[in-house]
Design a protein around this ligand. Structure first.
Ligand code: G3H
Ligand code: ZN
Length: 287
């Protein structure tokens, strides 16, 4: 069923596990993630970047596609449609399209402006029964045109935003979008701990989930992270599986060129990767 992310995240904080946000790009991606969630009985958040929304022709198409798939696939686990790294205008469009959750990424604004815009969007979300994620301190690297410097968040600014009544808070703690460089210093648990102490039961969000070592993921969950975003890792396994299929010449055997066959190995690789992450995050059986 389609729901806001509020309740699933509150349960995750109380139960000391995390919900995965997996980004979608098309029907196959969505079907793979919904299948993994249903088969493992995990609540799930489908992340949609503004770029991916545009690629799929618009947020209304995305929302209607997900709603129809949830119904026709008989999905029983809680599913949220969530705008990822949304601009102020993008948030407005997703609210209109019927998304159940949005992220307003105001990290590029001075804190006063981030506060003002976040406040305004919270009021709309409350009215619509949607959940809202805010961001303080930018996530390093680039994702779909959103570039961050990667500075650690100021815990006091995190408290300021948390106190507005957001449902989840993304804080930069040395995490980076995409592949981590060899010389990456790791997550700043000191910053995470300070943020958690000031924000209490606020579900914290860890972006850049691709390639973070398992022990760091577990420690982050212990320190209050209740939502973990994974995008690049699904893209990598999809590309690898598709390459393997083509390099083995399978697209030239019989009807191997049929897109339903050609995309199948990548689709299956996403299911396996998402299940692996759900297991790691501890969300299996929590639906
Ligand atoms: O917002 C989405 C993510 O933070 C995903 O990051 O591509 O590094 O897994 P990733
Ligand atoms: Zn992100």
């Amino acid at each position: 069923m389609l729901v806001s992310a509020k309740e699933m995240l509150e349960k995750a904080v109380a139960g000391h596990y995390a919900i995965g946000q997996f980004n979608i790009n098309n029907l196959e991606w969505t079907k793979a993630i919904l299948t993994a969630a249903e088969e493992t009985k995990s609540p799930v958040i489908l992340g949609v970047s503004e770029g991916a929304g545009k690629y799929m022709t618009g947020f209304k198409t995305v929302q209607d596609m997900v709603a129809a798939m949830v119904e026709e696939m008989g999905i029983t686990v809680p599913v949220a449609t969530h705008l990822d790294h949304g601009s102020y205008d993008g948030c407005k469009k997703c609210i209109e399209a019927g998304f159940t959750s949005i992220m307003f990424d105001g990290s590029k604004y001075p804190i006063e402006e981030n506060v003002a815009k976040t406040k305004e969007l919270i009021a709309i979300c409350r009215e619509k029964g949607m959940s809202l994620e805010a961001e303080v301190g930018s996530i390093g690297g680039e994702e779909d045109g959103v570039v961050g410097q990667g500075e650690c968040a100021d815990p006091n600014e995190c408290k300021m935003i948390a106190d507005l009544g957001v449902d989840m808070l993304a804080a930069g703690i040395g995490n980076i979008h995409g592949k981590y460089p060899e010389n990456w210093a790791g997550l700043s648990f000191e910053t995470l701990d300070a943020i958690q102490k000031l924000t209490g039961d606020m579900p914290l969000v860890l972006h850049g989930g691709t390639g973070i070592p398992d022990d760091m993921i577990k420690k982050a969950i212990d320190l209050g992270v209740a939502k973990i975003n994974v995008n690049t890792e699904c893209q990598l396994v999809f590309a690898d599986a598709t390459r393997e299929y083509i390099e083995a010449g399978k697209d030239r055997e019989g009807k191997g060129f049929d897109p339903r066959k050609l995309l199948k190995p990548g689709y299956e690789a996403i299911i396996a990767k998402v299940k692996e992450k759900m297991e790691l995050f501890g969300s299996v059986g929590k639906a």
